[in-house]
Design a protein around this ligand. Structure first.
Ligand SMILES: CC(C)(COP(=O)(O)OP(=O)(O)OC[C@H]1O[C@@H](n2cnc3c(N)ncnc32)[C@H](O)[C@@H]1OP(=O)(O)O)[C@@H](O)C(=O)NCCC(=O)NCCS
Length: 160
């Protein structure tokens, strides 16, 4: 399975993967209503545009096994930083090293682009995963969704 740049045509598969990964991976860490609101609705043009600009996918034949996003224009970034976002692995493939490969891929890409520090907001379920990927400097944070709910999260950093 290889990791490649995502295109607009991948957006529906990525949207479906995102929702399945959140519902499976975040279950038990947040209330059911918040997870339902986070994953409801159809694919939008704005999500498709972000996929085409900033997403990378791990292809599994014709399907998608995982995805990841690198955001270099997030408003909270300091010089030399980029924001890691949207790390999602298909539920039936979790725990087999795909997430770690996606993060390693993005780290190599970031270094090539002159980025020396990654920042992210982790959901509580994923904190041990990011620790295993070498992230630290943990700070509690709150993710405010434009859909009108908030999720307790953990801000983490990694120097590359
Ligand atoms: C979090 C997620 C991306 C991890 O991907 P994955 O492919 O399942 O993780 P990997 O198999 O690559 O695991 C890599 C390392 O993290 C550790 N890890 C992963 N999930 C863990 C967990 N819940 N608890 C403890 N350790 C965990 C693994 O043991 C492994 O450690 P090792 O390298 O020392 O062996 C995936 O489970 C997912 O999509 N979860 C739901 C969506 C989500 O929460 N995304 C993050 C949003 S911020």
């Amino acid at each position: 399975m290889e990791i490649v740049k995502a295109y607009a045509e991948d957006a529906q598969a990525i949207w479906d993967l995102r929702n399945k990964a959140i519902l499976a991976g975040c279950k038990g860490y947040y209330d059911e209503l918040s997870l339902a609101r986070w994953t409801e609705g159809e694919l939008t043009e704005s999500f498709t545009a972000v996929v085409a600009r900033d997403f990378y996918v791990m292809k599994d034949g014709a399907g998608v096994a995982g995805c990841i996003m690198l955001d270099v224009s997030h408003p909270a970034l300091r010089k030399g930083e980029a924001q890691l976002e949207a790390v999602f692995v298909a539920p039936d493939m979790m725990g087999h090293g795909i997430g770690k490969r996606l993060v390693a891929f993005i780290e190599a890409l970031a270094l090539k682009e002159g980025i020396n520090r990654l920042r992210l907001e982790s959901t509580l379920n994923a904190v041990p995963f990011y620790r295993a990927c070498g992230f630290g400097e943990e700070q509690s944070s709150l993710y405010h969704s434009p859909r009108g709910f908030s999720l307790e999260c953990c801000r983490m950093y990694k120097n590359l």
